[in-house]
Design a protein around this ligand. Structure first.
Ligand code: ADE
Length: 241
């Protein structure tokens, strides 16, 4: 683990949430936890409720126009965002309505100075604060979580593992799924025979060119079968219409 050079500011994560105790959570362990202890990155949480102004400390209210659930108030959420206006990085609002997160966006954000992440709860956030504070809306996928916190943890994990020194030289981020537009090829280790199943012969050959070719073909096959969208983009016949 190499700490950043003294003149280089650590990558800064600022998380606005109604549940600050959910952080760092799993990011306090393993690679991300070691990097946090080494100050390769920093984590600051902001309790949105601390910015409520009324006696009941309310952060939400019923939706204008009716409907079920509650909506996070623009004034309270904006006050929380404005309190960290000087923190570096794009302001990201985690919501199933957002642009899907992908490895390209993760790479871009990991290469920047940090992120400010706003975790939604209830039915969502008043639209006016999204527009007024220029929030980038990002989704983890086509499913609904009970709040943005677990999405924020996942997003931070994806970014932090790409920070210089976090993964170590041995593990190649270059071969991860999506880095070359394909899903990753299958992996094998000891024992060579397990429950009567053998490791593909070519992987034992020591012939690096053949191994590379086999892996490339296997990565293409799995991508084609599981992810026609990635396969079309990889082949260059991605008609966006
Ligand atoms: N909050 C709730 N569901 C979410 C999702 N799928 N992605 C990001 N944030 C969310």
């Amino acid at each position: 683990m190499s700490a950043p050079a003294p003149w280089q500011a650590p990558w800064q994560a600022t998380v606005l949430t109604l549940f600050p105790d959910m952080f760092p959570g799993p990011l306090g362990l393993s690679l991300a936890g070691k990097a946090l202890a080494a100050e390769t990155w920093r984590l600051e949480t902001v309790d949105i409720r601390a910015h409520a102004r009324d006696r009941h400390r309310s952060v939400d209210d019923t939706p204008f126009g009716g409907g079920s659930g509650m909506v996070m108030r623009a004034d309270v959420t904006a006050a929380a965002l404005d309190a960290v206006a000087d923190r570096p990085g794009p302001r990201v609002y985690l919501t199933p309505r957002g642009r899907p997160l992908d490895q390209g966006l993760v790479r871009e954000w990991a290469a920047g100075p940090g992120l400010v992440l706003l975790c939604g709860r209830y039915e969502g956030l008043d639209q006016r604060v999204i527009e007024a504070r220029d929030l980038v809306e990002v989704s983890l996928g086509d499913f609904v979580l009970s709040g943005g916190e677990i999405a924020a943890l996942a997003m931070l994990d994806a970014c932090v593992r790409l920070l210089p020194g976090v993964m170590g030289a041995a593990s190649g981020a270059d071969e991860d799924s999506f880095e070359n537009g394909l899903l990753e090829y299958p992996l094998y280790t000891q024992p060579r025979t397990w429950e009567g199943r053998e490791v593909p012969e070519v992987l034992l050959s020591g012939h690096h060119a053949k191994i590379d070719a086999w892996r490339r073909a296997a990565a293409e096959a799995v991508t084609r079968a599981r992810r026609p969208d990635l396969w079309r983009a990889y082949r260059g016949d991605d008609d966006q219409s």
